[in-house]
Design a protein around this ligand. Structure first.
Ligand SMILES: Nc1ncnc2c1ncn2[C@@H]1O[C@H](COP(=O)(O)OP(=O)(O)OP(=O)(O)O)[C@@H](O)[C@H]1O
Length: 568
């Protein structure tokens, strides 16, 4: 539509390129080390989906003001360079149709019938566009599953599908309540999980296929044991010839929950593939600095690690990079290698800082020496909670870093890092193991694009939406993971900066967050065609873990319905 109106701007479609632009803006604003470009871009996208342009944002804190300015600069850059991004397609079309009645009429007459799929994932702006185009005849057909609205954080709003008949009172509702995918046992469990949802369209799915195997419930002691049992099961079924690797998928709520599973697959050489940008746990932006500190404790000449940990040393990445270049030039001129590049960088940069900062930098260097011989688990504990690095506190102070990440998610990842280090005696062993994981991950790149590859697929529940697998292992179905701790504390959390335009008035924040978590459990269960394993480890980060309330509720309702106690 924009093109038809003569818009000739180039399309800014490359995510990397967008990140470079944001990086440049952050650098100009002297904020380069403070935000991750991906975070900023997802925030901008969220705003656009809520029909909020920079001037519509009313900042309530200095950080919000900063974000608004970054957003504004990004928009200015695009305008000056004649670019348009994907979210602008919708935003600008929305304004075009809203302010140009002739254009609106033209398209309303052109598109006589409109069909929308995956309606439950619709954002505010998408819905507004649909309504504009469908009017006045309203020949609109939407297909969706209210039980699968799981993209709240991206702007999808469950009340659009729930209230569709109020917005379009003459709409006819057709229930697609036959499930052709899963066996009756799996469909039954899915029905029970979602049955007590507070806000849903009433329906009970009927299964077309009869299965012989009921969903199996595992209650391992820890997530390491969970990983072992699952790897054993997969190996046995494959060796028996009953299944092949590609029949299996591992689904989890958080990346942290999947760490033990990845490690086990790598150790046993089980072919597998993971999805998503963040899928490499050890490379996650909150985890990597700790791994890099461990690396530097063994070898202080790793330049990439020196730059990566700069913010933890309260140094600017730019300055560290420049200093490293200077050292490299000196090495070239003098024809000798530096013995300790980290120490040299610190001694050069120390000249320009106050004496207390100089002392703090020296203390960090000394601490690295101390870490050198510790067992990796102990070393990670020192980095996190010891006086010198106090990494947990450092993250807590840095509100900008954790804007789109809940504190609980971050802590869970760091606890998991500690957990992963347990089975290695020395830091060198541990780092070699991580290296092996990186290599496996690179090899996966080729496999990832081949849908038919014979590999186990590992993904978050969000990523599994719309997919189906013969056998699903739904792991870490425990309290604080699903429902996630971040959801359980929803009432106490500050509003996310990207605020919802039309919050659901009938539910509290906690209830709404819990409902979305429950729908996630439903999506996970309904991905299985023939066999489903649900696992709830007894311990989570050294604390007792309860089976997820969603599973308990579902089992109770089975008992209520059939008047007998459900088997454990
Ligand atoms: N009429 C049918 N007869 C036999 N199999 C069918 C029929 N309709 C769908 N299926 C099968 O059921 C499975 C699910 O179908 P499909 O992916 O279209 O459903 P969906 O509603 O998009 O599912 P979801 O939203 O849960 O991902 C597929 O394997 C598909 O081949």
């Amino acid at each position: 539509m924009l093109r038809e109106q003569g818009d000739k701007r180039k399309v800014l479609s490359n995510e990397r390129f967008k990140q470079v632009i944001i990086k440049k803006i952050l650098q100009d604003m002297n904020l380069k080390d403070d935000y991750q470009p991906e975070t900023i871009l997802s925030m901008i996208s969220y705003w656009k989906n809520q029909i909020l342009r920079p001037n519509d944002i009313k900042p309530e804190s200095s950080i919000e003001e900063e974000l608004k300015q970054i957003y504004k600069q990004y928009e200015d850059w695009k305008e000056n360079n004649q670019y348009i991004d994907f979210d602008d397609f919708m935003l600008e079309t929305y304004f075009l149709l809203t302010y140009e009645p002739e254009v609106l009429k033209y398209y309303q007459e052109k598109f006589k019938y409109i069909l929308v799929d995956e309606f439950q994932d619709t954002s505010y702006i998408q819905y507004e566009l649909m309504k504009l185009l469908a009017a006045p005849q309203n020949n609109l057909c939407v297909v969706g599953d209210d039980a699968q609205t799981i993209y709240g954080f991206r702007g999808a709003e469950s009340h659009f599908i729930l209230n569709f008949d109020k917005v379009f009172p003459h709409a006819q509702q057709v229930l697609l309540d036959i499930n052709y995918r899963s066996t009756d046992k799996i469909v039954g469990l899915g029905n029970e999980i979602i049955r007590k949802s507070k806000q849903k369209i009433d329906k009970q799915l009927k299964a077309m296929r009869t299965g012989y195997q009921s969903p199996k419930f595992l209650r391992p002691n820890t997530i390491n044991e969970e990983a072992k049992i699952i790897a054993d099961t997969i190996q046995t079924l494959v060796h028996n010839g009953e299944k092949t690797y590609k029949d299996f998928a591992i689904l989890y709520r958080t990346y942290a929950a999947s760490r033990a599973m990845y490690d086990e697959f790598v150790l046993r050489k089980i072919p597998f593939v993971t999805y998503g940008n963040d899928s490499l746990f050890y490379n996650h932006s909150f985890v990597k600095p700790i791994v890099d500190i461990l690396r530097l404790s063994q070898n202080p000449n790793l330049e990439e690690a020196i730059v990566s940990v700069a913010p933890v040393f309260f140094l600017k990445k730019d300055e560290v990079e420049r200093t490293l270049n200077r050292i490299a030039t000196m090495e070239y001129i003098e024809g000798k290698q530096s013995e300790n590049k980290l120490k040299e960088v610190i001694s050069i940069l120390s000249k320009h800082v106050k004496s207390f900062q100089r002392d703090a930098l020296q203390e960090k260097l000394l601490e690295l020496e101390k870490l050198k011989t510790l067992a990796p688990e102990k070393a990670i504990k020192h980095i996190r909670t010891g006086r010198v690095f106090s990494y947990d506190k450092y993250l807590d102070m840095n509100k900008r870093q954790s804007l789109t990440f809940h504190k609980e998610m971050v802590m869970e990842m760091l606890n998991e890092l500690e957990n992963s280090a347990k089975r290695h005696k020395t830091i060198t062993d541990y780092l070699q193991f991580i290296e092996q994981i990186y290599l496996t991950h690179q090899e996966m790149d080729a496999v990832r694009i081949n849908e038919e590859a014979n590999v186990v697929k590992c993904m978050t529940i969000h990523q599994s939406k719309g997919l189906e697998f013969d056998t699903i292992f739904f792991i870490s179905f425990i309290e604080n993971v699903l429902p996630h701790k971040a959801a359980l504390f929803a009432d106490y959390q500050e509003d996310r900066i990207a605020r919802n335009n039309q919050p659901n008035k009938n539910l509290s924040k906690l209830e709404e967050a819990l409902e979305e978590e429950k729908r996630l459990a439903y999506v996970a269960i309904t991905r299985a065609k023939n066999q489903l394993f649900i696992s709830s480890p007894k311990k989570h980060h050294n604390e007792k873990a309860k089976v997820s309330r969603f599973l308990l509720e579902a089992l109770t309702s089975v008992r209520d319905t059939y008047g007998r106690q459900t088997k454990k």
